[in-house]
Every structure is written in C-alpha cells, then in structure tokens.
Design a binder for this molecule. Structure first.
Ligand SMILES: *[C@@H]1O[C@H](CO)[C@@H](O)[C@H](O)[C@H]1NC(C)=O
Ligand SMILES: *[C@@H]1O[C@H](CO)[C@@H](O)[C@H](O)[C@H]1NC(C)=O
Ligand SMILES: *[C@@H]1O[C@H](CO)[C@@H](O)[C@H](O)[C@H]1NC(C)=O
Ligand SMILES: *[C@@H]1O[C@H](CO)[C@@H](O)[C@H](O)[C@H]1NC(C)=O
Ligand SMILES: *[C@@H]1O[C@H](CO)[C@@H](O)[C@H](O)[C@H]1NC(C)=O
Ligand SMILES: *[C@@H]1O[C@H](CO)[C@@H](O)[C@H](O)[C@H]1NC(C)=O
Length: 871
C-alpha cells in the first residue's frame, strides 16, 4: 500500500492509519478502513509549549536545563523504561545530572493503586453524586498527599473520558457523571486539589473511550487476536460541546499531563492523532504540560512524535516485555536521521521538565517507597527483567493521615434517596430490621482477595481494573448498621431464606449491586462493559428484592452501582417503600448507616438518568461487539446523550438526572439575575501567544546516544542508546503524512490561554437563589442550574443543559442560605463549526436559566433580558 511501510521497530502511520502492529508487516491496514466523511485532518507542526504567562517561570527553568541536555537525556524523559521495570506502573528514564529522577507514574483516580496503608476513596461517580465542589477539592488534596507520600510524581487521574455516553460502558464510574459540566467541575476541583500537593495530575482519556470492548490492539485485548481498536467518530460540534468540554476545564485548572485514549478518533489512533493533540489540545486549549499514551497504546514512533505525543508509556510497543519500543533508541535514531525535527524532541523534554518545575518537584520530592508489583518487603528491583538486583521495595509508608474524614463525608453525602414512601426512612434504631444480600457484607474470601477488584464479592466498593485501589480496611454496611442497631438480623446471602418469619412491623433492607470495570479482566462474563449483566442488578438482585417484597410489607433497597440500573421489576411493588443509591463508597461503605438511621439527611443526587428500559436510550449508544472487523462507532446521537436524549424524545425516565430526595424539604425562592460582563456574539479576540523558549535546531552529535562505557545493561530495559549511532546519516526520503508542515499554523481564534480564549470564562450573569429548609429536620440541598437556549435560534441543541450547581451547608429547619452561581460566556455558547469559535446567538437574549433539584424538578427561572420568577 502506498501509504504504509513497516520498520523493525514500529510502523509509519500516516493520516488515518491506526493499527500497525509492532514488529510485523502482516497487520498493516490501509486507509480503506476510514469511514467516509470521518477522516481526521492533518495539523502540523506541534505548537511549542511555554507561551502562557502562568508557565513562564517554569519554562525558563526548563529551558536552562534542557539547553544543556544530551539527546540521551531528552529521550530518557520521553520514554518509559519498560513494563515492570521499576516500582510504579510506569517510570521514565532519568536525567540525573540535573537532579531529575526517574519519574514515577501510578494509577489511579480513586487512590494509590496496588499498595498498602493508602486510602481507598469513593470512586469518581460517587464524588459526582455529592454535587459538592469543596469535597471534590478536599479529596484531591488528600489523594495528592497520599501519592506524594508514596513517592509518586504523576498521578494517573482524574478520568473524564469516558463521559458516560454508553450506559453499559465499563469505566464510566471512574468519572463524575454523564454530563460535561459535572465532569468538568469534578475534574478541575480534583486537579487543583491534587496539584496543590506538588503531584502532577493526569486527565484522561482523550477522547471517545466510551466502551471497553475492542478498545485496543492485540495482544492485550483478551477477546480475540483479530481485534483492532474501534474508531470513535465524533463531529466537531459534539466534540467541543460534550467530549472536549471537561478537558478544557482540566487544562484551565492547570493540569500537568494528559493521557490519550486507546481507541481511534476518526480512524486515527488517539496517540498519534495530530488533530486531537496538536490542534485541539495544544493549540486551541493551550495545554502547556505533556501528553502521554495509555499503556501499550503506542503504535507509531515518528508519527506519534510529529502528532504531538510527548511521553510513551510504559515505553514498550504494543507487545510488552520484548525490550523494544517505538521510541527509546528509535526516537534517538529518528532525531539523528533528521526525520523527527530537533525542535520536537526539545519541546517534548521541555514540556516534561517545565511541568516538573511548575509543580515544585525539584524541591524535596520523595522517591517511590512502595512496589506496585509485590507486597513483600524485598523483591526484584526490575521484575520485568527476571534477572534483576534484589532490594527493599516496600517500606509500607502509612499515607492515610486523617483522610478517612473526607472519604466518609463523600461516601455519606453522595447517598441518593430515590424514593421514600410513608417516610419509612429514617429508621428507628429499635425497629425490627432484617438485612439481606451479600452486598451488605465483606468479601467472604477476604479483603482484597482478587487483584484489581476483578471480582464482585461482598459489598461493591468500586469497579475493577486500573481505576481500583486496595482497601486498607473496609467498614461494611453490616458493621455500620450493627453499630447503630445491634438487634438487627443479618442474612448475608443473595438467596432469599424461604423459611424466614416476617412480622408485620418488620422492615427488610435489601442490598444489591451492579459492577463493571476495565477490559483486561472479565468478571462473571462481563469483559469490562456490562455485556451479559445488561443493566440489571448482579447475582439475581432483582429476585432478592422481589422475594423480600413478597414476604415483608416494608422493604428498603440499597444499591451499590457503577451507573444506571433498571429497577422496573420491583420499583412499583407496594412493599418497596424506599430506595437508596450508595454508588461506590470505597472503604467507608458503612456510612450507609448514618443515612438509614437519620444521623444525616441524604443529600446525593443522581449523576445520570435511571431509565425504565434500555430501549429508552438511542440505538447508537449500544455496545458494539464485533471481533472480526474494524468497529466504526459513529456518535450519531450528537449532543443527545443521557437526559439530553430523554428530554428530546419526551421519554419519561424512572428517575431523572439530578434527582435526590432528603428527609426534609427545601424551597427555592427569590431568584435574582445580575448581568456582569456584557456579551458579544463572539468572544473578544484572543490574547496573542507569548514567546516559547527555543533552541538551536542543529542535529546533536551521534555520540550523545552511544552506550555509556561500563553500563551494566538490564535485560529488556529500555534505554535511549544505540549501537554505532555515528553510522546514522540524515535521510530525506521519509514519507511524511499528507499535510505535514514545519511552519507554525496561525493561532486558532478560539484559543489564547489554558482552556481556550480566557474570555470564555468571563462571568456573563450571576444567579442567586434563596434556599430554605422548609421541613422538620436538618439537611443539605443542591441547587442545579440548567441553561435553556432559545430553540429557534440554535437548532439541534438540547433543551436543558446543566452548567452550574451549588450545595448548601447543613441547613437547620427554617434556615436559609443564598446560593450564588456564575454563568460564563461559554455556558451560553454553542460551537460554531464554520467560524471555529464559540458563539452566543442573539447575545443570550431569550436564554433561560432554570434552577431546581433535578432536570425534571425546576423551581425558579430567570430569562435573560426578561424577568425572574417561579418555574
Ligand atoms: C472527525 O470527523 C468529523 C466529520 O468530518 C469532523 O467534524 C471532526 O472535526 C473530526 N475530528 C477529528 C478529531 O478528526
Ligand atoms: C548549562 O551549562 C552552562 C555551560 O556549561 C552552565 O554555565 C550552566 O550553569 C548550565 N545550566 C544548567 C541549568 O545546568
Ligand atoms: C537514562 O535513564 C536511566 C534510568 O532509566 C539512567 O540509568 C541513565 O543514566 C540515563 N541516561 C542519561 C544519559 O542520563
Ligand atoms: C518514602 O516515604 C517517606 C515518607 O513519605 C519519604 O520520606 C521518603 O523519602 C520516601 N522515599 C524513600 C525512597 O524512602
Ligand atoms: C529515521 O529513524 C526512524 C526510527 O527508526 C525511522 O522510522 C525513520 O524511517 C528513519 N528515517 C529515515 C529517513 O530513514
Ligand atoms: C430504644 O429502646 C431503648 C430501650 O427500650 C430505649 O431506651 C431507647 O430510647 C429506644 N431508642 C429509640 C431511638 O427509640
């Protein structure tokens, strides 16, 4: 094929290419796999980092250092040293002359993965359900302190991609909910918290990783060796208004790194997609940090470098542990032979070193003191090498501090009360209670009995995969309930005991769950995504509820779940009085007792819609399971996912997005709208780019990447060095991608600062609402602000879109709080595909700002250019 060629250490990838297998000619595919109309345009060269004022100082320091670096040192920072070649899930090489150690990269979004004495925080979806910005931030700080305490430089979280387009998607629970604003706010708060401790946060996965099935190339994909990554085909407007949105918030929050997704976007592998990295991320969003691959997602050496990738993780090509890489020595070669511009390798190294300085890691940052690979105190220093020095690998540093305080607050304030007939909840601790379900108890095989939570036993505290963490301890619902209601009878079984006695005053509490996770583990037939469990409770949970409901006249259902489940089999049963969704609480699952017995009123809200039937969703968000061909997953529903779709099709959900009851009631009154920044149709012109540091562009001396004398080589370890580098001569016959250029593009008008044109964040209006506790007990309320753009001027726009929220403090009966929510220019804009900028039609006139307790429970409204009043 004219567009492809393979090389011993990887493949060249041109526009639209995505599935070249390392060290094989056989699997090269051609552009015929691109779906017509869904090409990814070329965007070259990579914009240099270092042009925003906030990063100027860090870039100046980095420039001073990188100026003196050899090619080997630069390449060292860009390439992982190989899978299992150090204590963390990934580590770079070092540049010790400048005090830059091997940087440790470690999962995951809810705590330090695979270690001891670290907090297993509630998962992202739980954090989203709190709708509490302070708790989002506090969890970030606590996690940052723990990663730092273990010596982790780069925290692999938060996750905002998947966004939750597919309800069965395996990893939705790692993020904050099925809405871009909720994800964006959750992500920004987490990043600010984590980075306040000096740890670099990594927002992931850019972008369109909406299902687990066939996300990757063989051999990691367990289902079949014919599998290829699917292509997420996303149009420009949907990209900006949904999928890129939380990444914009993350870049604006100053995130230090971005991880690309496994899948292709428009048939071009995410890690070498120049439109995604060079254009959208680095130019338009003004990202100043560094971009890494997901693990083994690196497919092309030169192509990824040109497309803007800065770091290959864990360094290996698609086949781990062969000691080969698309980068490492091959990146050195591609610089020496003139194919990858010197400017590009300098920019990669500068971005990484600048981020390290920006986060202050040049001062007193601890080295890793744990091993991701073993619990033993001593072990192989390089487990991937098999023959490796042995030493102390685990120091068992306790990093938990008092972080259980924030973990408990989140677990509690996320619990979402869906239904509470006859005010059955809260329960009297003297009531006659019978608890059913394995989900109330511990894992019978022991805490952390399966790796990466790849099993569903006992209470579901988190999903499975790299987004999991070991539980340092677990307070089960059983323990939590026992502590408050010692007389409770427990039946920790999913088989309803037929012979049980039920007295009329008895209350049954039934615990059920639904799990999902990452594709490298299959649990009870589900390869990450919920393929065989459908959207139903696992372990015959629906039957357990129905059996209890037949026998007991009062049933309370508690659900631990990764996302929406269908409750139709029992939700209208007259005995099922109350339902609580406790999401994924982490180690503090016992907090459910606080809510059950009314110590606190529930204050969580659904971060997604609960449907009546799976057929309520658009067809296009079903999983695509086809092992025999390249999957084209075209996002034909556009902006209409989750509640946006339900509203468009007038489908009544079982419970709407944002729904959550309390033991008290709240009124929302006195809405006030204050105009702040007058809007124009388009934002004012972007600020000009600052001047990034530059370097001479002479090709370095080949001797800089010769093997150092006396080096004891570790087998299969990845080095920047080459045999006989002086024989490498610049060549000019490299078949660059179509549209390749080294002349910088004019800066995109939608850019200008981290996150895009800073004017997008101008506050256009402030909405104030008085929230009053009108009930008899204390509680916290969430005010959710939904924007309605006038439909006649903005076609194909969802009726309502969440753009802001605020949670009150604990309000006593009769007490009020005025909540204030800022609505920005971006919140009122749509992406103008032609002009490539954000546009406010009719300068916002006629737009309505609704505030309520869910997307279907709107209480007050302010019309821009009009009045405020009751909804
Ligand atoms: C994907 O293709 C669509 C349709 O041509 C286009 O609007 C969009 O900008 C492309 N996105 C990327 C990242 O290539
Ligand atoms: C770089 O090298 C120059 C000349 O050898 C030296 O003066 C300078 O201190 C070095 N800078 C750094 C940051 O190492
Ligand atoms: C590259 O990193 C390795 C550690 O992975 C280190 O041993 C080596 O000295 C580094 N090379 C240079 C040139 O600094
Ligand atoms: C391990 O953790 C302790 C406490 O956080 C820290 O002081 C130390 O520097 C870390 N690294 C090593 C290699 O001990
Ligand atoms: C330069 O080296 C890289 C890495 O091995 C290779 O992919 C590329 O084809 C080489 N360029 C030329 C012109 O040979
Ligand atoms: C429960 O019963 C005990 C003993 O009968 C009594 O002292 C206590 O006040 C009761 N508690 C509640 C919450 O009713």
């Amino acid at each position: 094929m004219p567009f492809f060629k393979s090389f011993p250490f990887g493949a060249l990838c041109l526009l639209g290419c995505s599935f070249a297998l390392a060290e094989s000619d056989a699997n090269l595919e051609s552009r015929q796999n691109v779906l017509e109309g869904w090409e990814s345009p070329s965007y070259y060269p990579t914009p240099l980092g270092g042009w925003v004022p906030e990063w100027e100082e860090a870039y100046a320091k980095a420039h001073a250092v990188v100026s003196n670096m050899t090619l080997a040192e630069k390449v060292n920072l860009t390439t992982g040293t190989g899978f299992f070649m150090g204590p963390c899930v990934g580590q770079t090489g070092s540049a010790e002359r400048f005090g830059i150690p091997r940087l440790c990269l470690q999962d995951g979004p809810l705590g330090v993965r695979n270690t001891d004495h670290a907090t297993a925080f509630p998962a992202g979806i739980t954090v989203g359900a709190t709708f509490d910005k302070q708790l989002m931030y506090d969890r970030g700080v606590a996690m940052g302190e723990e990663f730092r305490g273990k010596g982790v430089n780069i925290h692999l979280g938060p996750s905002v991609g998947p966004l939750g387009r597919k309800p069965r998607g395996g990893r939705n629970w790692e993020g904050f909910g099925m809405d871009p604003s909720l994800q964006g706010i959750g992500s920004a708060q987490t990043i600010k918290g984590v980075q306040s401790t000096g740890v670099i946060a990594t927002v992931k996965h850019l972008v369109g990783n909406e299902q687990e099935l066939f996300r990757m190339i063989f051999p990691i994909q367990p289902v079949g060796f014919l599998s290829k990554p699917y292509s997420s085909n996303i149009d420009d407007r949907t990209m900006h208004e949904l999928y890129l949105w939380p990444f914009a918030d993350s870049v604006r929050a100053g995130v230090g790194s971005v991880m690309m997704a496994y899948n292709d976007v428009n048939s071009s592998s995410s890690s070498q997609n120049s439109e995604l990295i060079n254009h959208l991320l680095k130019d338009e969003l003004g990202f100043q940090g560094f971009v890494m691959t997901d693990w083994f997602a690196h497919q092309g050496g030169v192509s990824s470098a040109l497309a803007g990738l800065d770091m290959a993780m864990p360094g290996d090509g698609a086949v781990p542990l062969l000691g080969t890489s698309h980068w490492a020595g091959e990146l050195s070669r591609s610089v020496l032979n003139g194919t990858v511009p010197v400017e590009r390798i300098n920019d990669m190294a500068t971005r990484i070193v600048a981020t390290w300085f920006k986060l202050g890691q040049d001062k007193d940052f601890p080295a890793p003191n744990f091993s991701s690979h073993t619990d033993a105190e001593t072990g192989l220093i390089y487990p991937g090498a098999v023959v490796s020095p042995i030493g102390v690998v685990n120091q068992y540093v306790d990093v938990q501090d008092d972080h259980n305080t924030v973990a408990r607050a989140i677990a509690r304030d996320a619990i979402t009360l869906l239904k509470n007939e006859d005010n059955v909840l809260p329960l009297d601790s003297n009531a006659s209670l019978k608890v059913f379900g394995e989900d109330a108890g511990p894992d019978p095989q022991g805490l952390n009995s399966c790796a990466d939570k790849g099993c569903n036993r006992g209470v579901l505290t988190m999903g499975w995969g790299s987004g999991s963490a070991k539980l340092p301890y677990l307070i089960t619902p059983e323990e939590g309930i026992k502590a408050k209601a010692p007389k409770t009878e427990f039946h920790i079984t999913d088989k309803f005991p037929r012979d049980i006695e039920a007295d009329p005053e008895d209350i049954a509490i039934v615990f059920i769950n639904a799990d999902s996770g990452e594709n490298f583990i299959t649990v009870e037939g589900n390869p990450g995504d919920r393929t065989v469990s459908d959207l139903y409770a696992w372990h015959h949970g629906d039957e357990l509820v129905m059996d209890a409901a037949e026998k007991f006249s009062t049933v309370v259902v508690v659900v631990h779940t990764v996302g929406p489940i269908i409750m139709e089999k029992w939700i209208d049963h007259p005995s099922v009085k109350s339902v609580l969704v406790a999401h994924l609480p982490g180690q503090e699952a016992g907090m459910i007792a606080d809510i059950l017995f009314g110590e606190h009123s529930p204050s969580g809200h659904l971060p997604y819609t609960i449907p009546r039937s799976e057929s309520d969703y658009p067809e296009s968000v079903s999983l695509i399971n086809d092992p025999f061909k390249k999957i084209q997953d075209t996002f034909t529903e556009g902006l209409f996912i989750d509640y946006r779709h339900f509203q468009r099709t007038n489908t009544t959900p079982r419970y709407p997005f944002g729904h959550g009851l309390s033991y008290t009631t709240f009124s929302l009154t006195s809405p006030r709208l204050t105009p702040v920044t007058p809007l124009t149709e388009y934002p004012p012109p972007r600020p000009a780019k600052g001047t990034p540091p530059t370097y001479p562009d002479t090709i370095p001396s080949a001797s800089e990447v010769s093997w150092p004398e006396g080096l004891t080589r570790i087998w299969r370890y990845l080095y920047p060095y080459l045999d006989n580098p002086t024989s490498i001569k610049p060549g000019d016959d490299y078949p660059y991608p179509e549209g390749y250029s080294t002349t910088p593009k004019p800066p995109p008008r939608a850019g200008g600062a981290e996150g895009g044109n800073p004017a997008l964040w101008d506050v256009a209006f402030t909405v104030e609402v008085t929230v009053t506790n009108t009930g008899a007990v204390s509680g916290r309320a969430v005010a959710q602000l939904y924007v309605e753009l006038p439909p006649q001027v903005v076609p194909d726009t969802p009726k309502l879109q969440l753009r802001q929220f605020e949670k009150t403090k604990v309000l006593q009966p009769g007490e009020s709080e005025v909540v204030r929510m800022d609505i920005t220019r971006r919140d009122l804009s749509v992406w103008d595909v032609e002009v490539q900028d954000w546009k406010v039609r009719e300068v916002g006139k006629g737009a309505k700002l609704w505030v309520g307790g869910s997307v279907e429970d709107l209480r007050v409204v302010c019309e821009i250019g009009g009045e405020c009043g009751d909804a």
